[in-house]
Ligand binder design. Structure first.
Ligand SMILES: Cc1cc2nc3c(=O)[nH]c(=O)nc-3n(C[C@H](O)[C@H](O)[C@H](O)COP(=O)(O)O)c2cc1C
Length: 371
């Protein structure tokens, strides 16, 4: 049987050459104005010629308070869009991958330093800000967030839409809305973080309301031919938290609003989370979302063994396989997976002579394809 990992996949008018996705990964390498830098050109440019079918750029803030750190990428100004343009243009003219962008808001986990600098809280006045959240419940060890009013939530929804319009004008193929990992939209969904007693809190419908409103507003502004997906934390891994049943319910609701896929990640909302991390540990959530909600799932989380990734697709647990750390460690992962699975990966012609078969004089063209 031919490898599903290398079979094309279509969402709306976007045709991906294969099912391999580079998972969004914050680089904490923007300027303090939230502008992309040469790091992004190198990092994203490299991944666009990796043979993956889709590269989703990192969590990109829709307003200043939406950054995790003062060095996170933003798309709330036209100048930020201009700084991203060379990255998009490089990928357009050299890469075989489709290019997506993750729109994000860090919520109550924002205003911290970079991971390699300790991730301590950065106070207002020193480059930081007071974080915002669904309510004034702090993440342990972090400052008390400002609880967003309904008027502020409406303005923030408009900020998501404005960022989506900029992403469209830049030529991004896809948007992923970040509603996972304890960040703002996740803090509306989870009962562990949302203690509101208005229409945006309380029962499951109340907690989902803001996420669905933001999604609908972006969907209305984002071109109908371009796909829009959502990343969720499918479980909080903590007592009394959001769980897989809730995720199926959310995926069903998103499906009626024209969502193209849901990425099943997990955790990040509670310091009490207990996770048994091992290869494929989030796959059961993708499977339930796909099979019970009828929503195409993107699986993620320690899927860097080609056989495991392939099996997940063959089993119907997911339509797409996202890799994060495995791709940073080995940006040629797709080429090696193609060899392991007897498939064909996209290859930039400049690198064709690196293929083992070429090194020994065999043209090896069966392995190489210019996308
Ligand atoms: C350096 C780094 C940055 C990350 N940044 C993001 C991000 O911006 N948005 C997001 O949804 N997930 C982010 N993640 C999570 C990854 O996308 C992925 O879900 C996670 O690493 C698990 O997949 P893996 O085992 O293939 O790495 C990040 C992970 C790493 C290691």
């Amino acid at each position: 049987m031919s490898a599903l990992l290398f079979a094309p996949y279509s969402m709306r008018d976007l045709r991906l050459a294969n099912r391999i996705v580079v998972s969004p990964m914050a680089q904490y390498s923007a300027t303090e104005a939230g502008h992309a830098t040469d790091w992004h050109l190198m990092h994203v440019g490299n991944l666009c010629v990796s043979g993956a079918g889709l590269v989703i750029m990192e969590a990109t803030a829709v307003e200043p308070r939406g950054r995790v750190s003062p060095r996170c990428l933003g798309l709330w100004t036209d100048a930020q869009a201009e700084a991203l343009r060379p990255v998009v243009e490089f990928c357009r003219s050299n890469g075989q991958a489709a290019l997506g962008l993750q729109l994000a808001h860090a919520g109550r986990k924002g205003s911290v330093g970079r991971p390699w600098e300790g991730q301590e809280t950065v106070p207002p006045g020193q480059g930081g800000w007071q974080p915002v959240s669904s309510c004034d419940l702090a993440y342990p060890g972090r400052p008390v967030p400002h609880m967003l009013s309904v008027e502020e939530m409406a303005a923030l929804r408009d900020a998501y839409v404005a960022a989506a319009r900029r992403a469209d004008a830049l030529g991004f193929d896809l948007i992923e809305l970040h509603a996972a990992h304890g960040y703002l939209l996740n803090s509306f969904l989870s009962p562990l973080a949302n203690r509101r007693n208005d229409a945006y809190g309380g029962d499951l419908a109340g907690r989902m309301r803001y996420v669905l409103e933001v999604f609908a507003a972006i969907r209305a502004a984002w071109p109908a031919h371009k796909p829009l997906g959502v990343r969720i934390s499918a479980t909080d891994w903590a007592d009394g938290g959001w769980d897989a049943d809730d995720s199926v319910a959310l995926a069903r609701a998103l499906r009626t609003q024209g969502c193209d896929y849901v990425t099943a990640s997990s955790g990040g909302i509670s310091a009490a989370q207990r996770i048994d991390v091992r290869p494929g540990y989030q796959l059961p959530f993708a499977r339930r979302i796909q099979q019970e909600a009828g929503m195409p799932a993107m699986a993620v989380g320690l899927l860097h063994e080609p056989d495991l990734a392939e099996q997940a697709l063959q089993d119907g647990a997911a339509e797409l396989i996202a890799l994060g750390r495995g791709m940073m460690w080995e940006p040629r992962w797709a080429w090696h997976a193609a060899e392991a699975l007897g498939a064909v990966a996209d290859f930039p012609p400049q690198y064709a002579r690196s293929h083992p078969s070429m090194r020994f004089g065999d043209p090896g063209r069966a392995y190489l394809r210019r996308g």
